[in-house]
Structures are given as C-alpha cells and as structure tokens.
Design a protein around this ligand. Structure first.
Ligand SMILES: NC(=O)c1ccc[n+]([C@@H]2O[C@H](COP(=O)([O-])OP(=O)(O)OC[C@H]3O[C@@H](n4cnc5c(N)ncnc54)[C@H](O)[C@@H]3O)[C@@H](O)[C@H]2O)c1
Length: 258
C-alpha cells in the first residue's frame, strides 16, 4: 500500500507572495499534493497572482486569488478570515512574502530597514497569528515560514535581510512552543540561492554573473530552481511532519555545510 503521509488531499492552504518565484512554485506544488490553494499577493501583483491561480486550478483543485499586503497589518486578519469563510477551514499557511534590499551596512537607511523587517518579520508574524486562530480552533494546522540560509549564518551586504531572517527562525521556535500543544506545528524552510524574479531584480546582474558568484559557495555548484523547495514544503505541510516543530529545514545546496 502506498504511504499516504505526504498527501494534502482535503487540506486548504494559503500562500503569501504567490504571484511569482518561490511562492508561485509552492502554491503549485501543494496543489500537486492535493491541497486546495488560496493564492495571495499585494495589489500591484494581483494579475500575476491570478496566473498562479490558473496553474493551481489546472491541477483539478480549488483555488482563488486574494489581495493580501503583509505590510498592511490591519488588513491581514480580515483577509485571512475571508479565506477561512470561503473554504470553511484553513490548514496550511506558507508564509512566503519577502523582500531583500542588498546594501553595505554603512549605507542602510531607516527606510531600507523598516521595509525589510516589516515585510519579512512583522508581516510574517501577523499572518501566522491570524492563521493560527482557526487552526487552533480546529486542533490541526501547519505554519511554514520561509526563512533563508541566512536564518542560520551571516554574510556581508545584507544586514537588515539577515536580521529579519534570523528573526524568522526565532519566531518559528517561539510560536512552535506556544501552538504545538494545540496541534499547530510551526517550522521554517531555509532556501539557499534560488533563481527567482526578485533575486534577478535586486542584484542587477545577469543570471550568468549570479551563477558564477554563487557556484563555489555551494557544494551543489549552482543556484536552485524554486521547484526544488516543493518537497520540503509538502513534508512540513503534511501529516507526515506531525512531530517536527520549531525546526529550520535548510534546502540550501549545502551552503551552510561549508
Ligand atoms: N530566491 C532566493 O534566493 C531566496 C533565498 C532564501 C530565501 N528566500 C525567500 O523566499 C521568499 C520568496 O522570495 P523570491 O525569491 O521568490 O522573491 P520574489 O521577489 O521573486 O517573490 C516574492 C513575492 O512576494 C511578494 N511580496 C513582496 N512584498 C509583499 C507584501 N508586502 N505583501 C505581500 N506580498 C509581497 C511579491 O509581490 C512577490 O510576488 C522570500 O521570503 C525570500 O526572502 C529567497
């Protein structure tokens, strides 16, 4: 008999920042594992998010697109409540929305700091809080925070981003301590360098230049594709990971092994 622990059939997932990049790949990946997927992103990317919805629906599961800007904290809980009302439940949150503003620490402005930490850490917390309420009520939930290899190690030129991603790991542990007794596990994935539109835009380099820069920093020898994070997300979203909580699952091509 086939092992069913990874099946997401009958589960409802919400993915933030799902218009493109890693969020898009994870929305499609969870749908491939059988979940219904609510796709969300900020207003300026909502048309792109609808394309993700179409990819999810093509897999034969239910989907819808929702405007959810994680910087607008007051709007987060109402948006998540609407999704719960629409689907009747919320089982999985993929807390993916994030930004990076790479810059030497001496040049970081208050605006850079606030944008990065407010999106990657504050917004992520309030999404988790709003999603945890219905999950705790139903006694089952999976919160998967997208951290980074920089949740575990440092690097030059990215101080606010690294602070925010270390914060994601701290928050993951704190929320796991609070919510696991109610059946809601909280874990983080730490992707290594992954080829996404956001990375290409932030670093102002060609894919080939980025590739050369990263190749010797990763035993894998190349940057990853967003789809290479899907297996980790399915595991942490599934019944199979019921005893895994407060954990950072690094999928970093070996970056932190060196
Ligand atoms: N690509 C990498 O190398 C890499 C490595 C480690 C971690 N990550 C993390 O993975 C996540 C996704 O990154 P990506 O590379 O796919 O980036 P991306 O820029 O390609 O996609 C990010 C998505 O988040 C959305 N977003 C940004 N701000 C938002 C907000 N305020 N509210 C709602 N949505 C918002 C964007 O509209 C976009 O659709 C981020 O948390 C990032 O830090 C990426």
């Amino acid at each position: 008999m086939a092992y069913s622990g990874f099946s997401l059939e009958g589960r409802v997932a919400l993915v933030t920042g799902a218009a493109r990049g890693i969020g898009e790949a994870l929305a499609v990946g969870l749908a491939e594992a059988g979940a219904d997927v609510a796709v969300s992103d900020m207003a300026s990317r909502i048309e792109l998010a609808r394309d993700t919805q179409a990819r999810v629906e093509a897999l034969g599961v239910r989907s819808s697109t929702h405007e959810l800007d994680v910087l607008d904290v007051a709007s987060i809980s109402p948006a998540i409540d609407r999704i719960v009302e629409e689907y009747g439940q919320l089982d999985i949150l993929i807390n993916n929305a994030g930004i990076r503003i790479p810059r030497p620490a001496l040049e970081v402005t208050e605006a850079d700091w606030d944008a990065t930490v407010d999106t990657n850490l504050k917004g992520l917390f309030f999404c988790a809080q709003a999603a945890a309420r219905p999950m705790i009520e139903q006694g089952w939930g999976r919160i998967v925070n997208i951290g980074s290899q920089f949740s575990a190690v440092g690097s030059a030129g990215r101080a606010p981003y690294i602070a925010s991603k270390h914060g994601v790991l701290g928050l993951t542990r704190a929320l796991a301590a609070e919510w696991t007794p109610y059946g809601v596990t909280v874990n983080a994935i730490g992707p290594g360098p992954t080829e996404t539109p956001g990375v290409l835009a932030a670093y102002n380099r060609t894919p080939e230049e980025l590739q050369a820069e990263y190749a010797d920093k990763m035993p894998l020898g190349r940057r990853m594709q967003p789809e290479e994070l899907v297996g980790a997300a399915i595991f942490l979203a599934s019944p199979a990971s019921g005893a895994t909580t407060g954990h950072l699952l690094l999928v970093d091509g070996g970056w932190t092994a060196l």
